[in-house]
Structure formats: structure tokens, C-alpha cells
Design a protein around this ligand. Sequence first.
Ligand SMILES: N[C@@H](CCC(=O)N[C@@H](CS)C(=O)NCC(=O)O)C(=O)O
Length: 267
Amino acid sequence: MMELYQFEASHYCEKVRLILDYKQLPYKPVEVTPGVGQVDLYRLAGQRQVPVLKDGETVVADSSAIATYLDETYPERPILPADGAMRALCLMLEDWADESIGPNARKAMLGAFSQHPSFRTALLPASTPDVVKGLVSAVPGDLLNLLGTGIGFGADDIKAATLSLQKALTSICAVLAERPYLVGDQPTLTDFTVAGISMYLKFPAQRYVDLPDGLGEKGVPGLADAPEYERFWTWRDRLYADYRQVRSEPPQNSGNGGSGPVKIGIE
Ligand SMILES: N[C@@H](CCC(=O)N[C@@H](CS)C(=O)NCC(=O)O)C(=O)O
């Protein structure tokens, strides 16, 4: 079975999980421990970021490369249009979502929740030692803003990211007013990218991702709850309801001994 080396809470990993579910391809999630697990990942994939897909002897890093690999190798339920111009448009929009919506969503989400200690620790991987979680939750939000300035997570960066996301959601809503999916009448890679990457803007209500209880439907104020983006959230929720698998096993992060994703163990 394919293995997906991942961080459960990563929106780039969520993009790939959504595609795997759409294509109805079974896979085993392998949770990478930040730091030490990434050293192992480097040995496997020649780089340290998740997601990485291992399919037999084939190892593919990067969500875009994984998406293309999956569509070429498993052409059932295609995610790339056959028509050349539509395919190019789909790939351009995927890149826009990856490079613009992705980083901005991470900033906006961290900004929105920097005042909430429990949220800050909630998104740390389950394997994070309690002492580290304690330290993170003890840092006041204002200090986090200060520490973030200069590395792109200061208050001004977060404001600019939110503005860019508002423009993106407005454009997407304009497209969705005309058609059911972003590129044509069928879901494509563009839809799965935008939907997966938007996880940080509003967490889905259902337990598709093993996140702590209480995060469902929580999101960035002004984006997650603004009536002008309702069309976007309705589209995202429908895409999830139609194609994403709800987790059946008990959540790992709840601390009740659920199975959750398998921890990294690269042989
Ligand atoms: N362009 C990459 C981005 C992947 C990425 O940013 N991964 C993050 C998690 S969301 C990561 O592995 N961060 C850990 C690190 O950079 O060390 C993709 O699309 O897969």
C-alpha cells in the first residue's frame, strides 16, 4: 500500500489526502516527527518537507509532483483535464493556490489564533513533549507578534496576508457563481488544491483530519464567517462531503489511545 509521509495538520498534506480520497486510492499515513523524523525523511526523499509519497520503490516529494504522479500512474478519476489549454489553466491555478493562498493562509491563521494559547498548542504534532507545549502556550500573543516581525509573521504581514486572501476568495466566489467547479464542470486538481489549502482558513466541521476537538468550523475572523464568502465555504464543504473520507478511528490527538496516523519509521 502507498505510504504518505505527512504532518496531520499540514494543509499541503491535506491537499494530497483529498486527491487520494477522490481517486479512491488506499494509503497509510505515516506521521513524521518534526526535527528528528525529518532527518529520516531527508534520507528517504532528499529533502525534509512533507508531504512525501512512497509507492513501492517510487518516492515523490512535493504536493504538486505527487498530484501529477498520481494522475499519470492512476488515471482512473482524472484530476487533470485532457484538453491542453484547460490543463494548463488548471496547473497555473494550482501554483497560485500553493504559492499565494498557502503561505498567506498559514500567516492569517497564526495571526488570528495567536491570542489563544490552547489553539497554539493544539496544532503542534501529538508527539510534541508536554514541556514544549507548556512553553508555547505560555508565550503571550503580543510577544509572539513581536517575535514574528522580521520572519514574516508580524502584525503587518498578517494584515497583508488577510487582504490578499480576501481578494482570492472574492475571485473564487465570482468563478463559482458561473460554474460548479473552478475549471469546468468536473472537479480538478485546482479544486482539490484550493479546498485542501484553505483548511487553515476554516477547519471543516466533520472529523476529516485528526485535529483536537473544538477546532471544527473555527477559522480566521473576516474570512471564515463573512457572508460574502459563503459561496466559497458551501463549495468547499460540498467537495469534502462528496469526496473526502471521514476518519473512522478514534483521534490520536485526543490522547485516548486511538490508532491515528502511524509514526515515521523509515527502514
Ligand atoms: N511546496 C511544498 C510545500 C510543503 C511544505 O511547506 N511543507 C511544510 C508543512 S506544511 C513542511 O514540511 N515544513 C517543515 C520544514 O520546512 O522543515 C509542497 O507543495 O509540498
